[in-house]
Write a protein that binds this ligand. Structure first.
Ligand code: GDP
Length: 334
């Protein structure tokens, strides 16, 4: 019967639940912020507002790498190590493939089985969305909700496709690139920008049988990193090796991440960086809102196609057409 169904919790109930670390409330809150439904926007905004407070004690870590490099295995092993050390771990994913095509590289597998069953871990598969920008916005909000629910380590995973690394880089404090040792030139086929963003490069699958090639990759990447100018965090990116499957090298990686956070808390980079990210989110969001408002306006719906034809026929310049459309739009606003 209808009245016996679980009622939809109010924003207040969700906020209370999140503050108590209730994972059901957290999951429902994330679903709400991910919703495209216009009626949910105000409620989602209230939730985020209530959860928004600076949390310098949390660690936001981005992890990227091509499919098959071992991201989920790595996160599983690292996540369990962190839980044993007393942390609470949330894993969020940005999956550009789910927006570009209907498929998903990150979401479809059964992943992180020990971690997903653990009471101190929260795993949220990738948000779906029309655009990478939309998915990224939702992931930022999910980070805020997870932190409010008491997760102090947030692992944001992405696959190295398109602009997704840049999106993840813009929302984390530490950016880790997972790589495999291979034959030949290690640096071939890597987007230059990714190396520049990395705070650490980790060569995975470095078991005894691969030790020599892992070592060689480590040397090459270290050399490559030296070519970049110093980072504003003053951190010198490092290259480490590990085997996610055998759980070797993982605690060294965590020690390195710990050293990083200690350094950026001491030199105030962490708070400055998060402030700058907040500003960037504001500007980006404003751009999104303006764009969707303008392109959703009556003026555009009515007149854009006429102007497009005129521009295509060279009877009006693109600049003049834009100016006239803007003038129409401004009239509509009055
Ligand atoms: P993802 O696509 O990047 O998430 O990669 P997965 O974690 O799903 O791993 C891809 C494959 O590599 C799986 O068959 C894993 O078992 C394997 N794998 C992951 N980490 C290691 C490792 O450290 N050593 C070896 N030998 N295999 C690994």
């Amino acid at each position: 019967m209808l009245h016996q169904r679980t009622p939809v919790p109010s924003a207040k109930e969700l906020i209370l639940g999140i503050n108590q670390g209730d994972t059901t409330a957290l999951a429902r809150a994330i679903t709400l912020v991910e919703s495209e439904n216009q009626d949910h926007l105000a409620k989602a905004a209230r939730l985020i507002e209530a959860c928004l407070k600076p949390r310098p004690e949390t660690m936001r870590i981005g992890i990227t790498g091509v499919p098959g490099v071992g991201k989920s295995t790595f996160i599983e092993t690292l996540g369990m190590t962190l839980i044993e050390a007393g942390h609470r771990v949330a894993v969020l994913a940005i999956d550009p493939t789910s927006t570009l095509s209907k498929g998903s590289i990150l979401g479809d597998k059964t992943r992180m089985t020990s971690l997903s069953g653990h009471s101190k871990a929260f795993i949220r598969p990738s948000a779906s969305g029309e655009s990478l920008g939309g998915v990224a916005r939702k992931t930022r909000e999910a980070i805020i909700l997870c932190e409010a629910a008491g997760y102090d380590v947030i692992l944001v995973e992405t696959v190295g496709v398109g602009q997704s690394e840049t999106a993840v880089h813009s929302m984390v404090d530490f950016f880790l690139l997972l790589k495999l040792a291979g034959a030949g030139d290690e640096l071939q086929g890597i987007k230059r920008g990714i190396i520049e963003m990395a705070d650490a490069i980790v060569i995975n699958k470095a078991e005894a049988a691969n030790a020599a090639s892992a070592k060689q990759a480590q040397t090459e990447f270290s050399r490559a990193l030296h070519l970049y100018p110093p980072k504003s965090s003053e951190w010198r990116p490092r290259v480490l090796t590990c085997s996610a499957i055998e759980n070797t090298g993982i605690s060294e990686i965590w020690e390195m991440i710990g050293a990083y956070f200690q350094a950026i808390r001491k030199n105030s980079f962490l708070s400055a960086h998060r402030s700058a990210q907040n500003k960037q989110w504001l500007m980006q969001h404003l751009e999104d809102v303006l764009k969707s408002e303008f392109f959703g306006s009556e003026t555009l719906k009515k007149h854009l196609s006429e102007w497009v034809i005129k521009v295509e026929n060279h009877t009006v310049s693109p600049f003049k057409a834009a100016e006239l459309l803007m003038a129409e739009y401004r009239k509509e606003l009055k």
